[in-house]
Design a protein around this ligand. Structure first.
Ligand SMILES: CCCCCCCCCCCCC/C=C/C(=O)SCCNC(=O)CCNC(=O)[C@H](O)C(C)(C)COP(=O)(O)OP(=O)(O)OC[C@H]1O[C@@H](n2cnc3c(N)ncnc32)[C@H](O)[C@@H]1OP(=O)(O)O
Length: 304
């Protein structure tokens, strides 16, 4: 466990080469000729995320498994970035499906405890890890499909928004959205840009100002998710969607993805240090700390 912060620092300082800056790895996994025995499934599992790569299809299944709510702590974010990097560098992997092993929860977003009562150095390290995760996921050359099998507020929603396609379980009790305003905090510009790129300016403006969490059927109407399916069909559907996307030549799809996302990625890359300073200044304010503490108390009261 003690290695995690060191690892986080190492990853964070190494800097990320997002999609727009990396040479595309075209047609990464050669199709397996029919008749050969199935290629083995390779798996790696850290503490909080489990990954299984099926070499015959070139598709990895990434499952969040950090109880109680898959909150995005510094350790979680570090594992997430490392897992993405491993898959990105693996020529056998062309696509990743992201889902959760925790019933009813995809991810509860950034771990609020990482933003409460810590020192400036910690805030900086944490925010760099959040940036790193987003740069890797939004800038990935792989096809990324979110199989959203539970609630997905704020940072959890950002993960889904950063994928190429979102399928959500059709349970109206599950909600998704960037609800930062409800916590008395502000979604940073790159959360906002990712949201706008998915749902358009007007819907994003209204939803962000109100800090809305949209139940699954409403999320579909807004275009925040692409499809709803019964929960038991979620992974089957995600695999079918993945197969459709992987049927295209990688280079054409990757260059198109890069063209669509480059401006937003470049914006953060160019303003990374300034963005970290803004986060530290903002989150260190006593009024913001008070809002976060009150929100956590509200969550605990809701339980009792
Ligand atoms: C000029 C302008 C400058 C601007 C500069 C801007 C700079 C940037 C500013 C800051 C930006 C920050 C961006 C933040 C993004 C985020 O992601 S914030 C996190 C938002 N998340 C939420 O609001 C979710 C809160 N949680 C819930 O709603 C529910 O927990 C749930 C996910 C729906 C699950 O419900 P349920 O199954 O009923 O479980 P609970 O009992 O509520 O929770 C179980 C325990 O988990 C704890 N917990 C829940 N969520 C979090 C979390 N996100 N972080 C940490 N801990 C969490 C919860 O308190 C429970 O704990 P215990 O009581 O100890 O069991």
């Amino acid at each position: 466990m003690a290695a995690a912060p060191i690892l986080a620092r190492r990853i964070a300082r190494s800097g990320v080469l997002p999609l727009c800056c990396r040479p595309p790895s075209w047609d990464r996994a050669p199709r397996q000729p029919p008749g050969l025995p199935l290629a083995p499934c390779r798996a790696f599992s850290n503490n909080k995320i489990q990954v299984e790569l099926d070499e015959s299809s070139g598709v990895a299944m990434m499952k969040f498994k950090s109880p109680p709510v898959n909150s995005l702590s510094l350790d979680f974010l570090t594992e997430f970035s490392i897992s993405l990097e491993k898959l990105e560098n693996d020529r056998a992997c062309r696509g990743v499906i992201i889902t959760s092993t925790i019933p009813k929860i995809f991810s509860s977003g950034l771990d609020i405890m990482e933003m409460c009562g810590k020192n400036v150095e910690h805030y900086g390290e944490f925010w760099r890890a959040v940036q790193e995760m987003w740069l890797r996921l939004y800038g990935s050359n792989m096809v990324t499909v979110a199989a959203v099998n539970g609630s997905s507020p704020a940072g959890g929603c950002l993960i889904a928004l950063s994928c190429d396609y979102r399928i959500m379980a059709e349970n109206p009790k599950f909600s998704i959205g960037l609800n930062e305003a409800q916590l008395g905090i502000v979604a940073p510009f790159w959360f906002k840009d990712t949201f706008v790129n998915v749902v358009g300016h007007r819907i994003a403006e209204r939803s962000l100002q109100l800090g809305s969490l949209h139940p699954a059927p409403e999320a579909l109407k807004l275009g925040l998710v692409d499809e709803l399916v019964p929960e038991e069909k979620l992974l089957e559907k995600a695999s079918a969607v993945m197969a459709r996307w992987l049927a295209l030549p990688d280079h054409a799809r990757q260059l198109t993805k890069s063209m669509m996302r480059k401006a937003v990625l470049d914006h953060l890359v160019a303003h990374r240090e300034e963005d970290i300073k803004n986060f530290i200044n903002f989150i260190s304010k006593e009024s913001i700390q008070k809002s976060l503490r009150m929100y956590m108390e509200m969550l605990k009261k809701k339980k009792s």
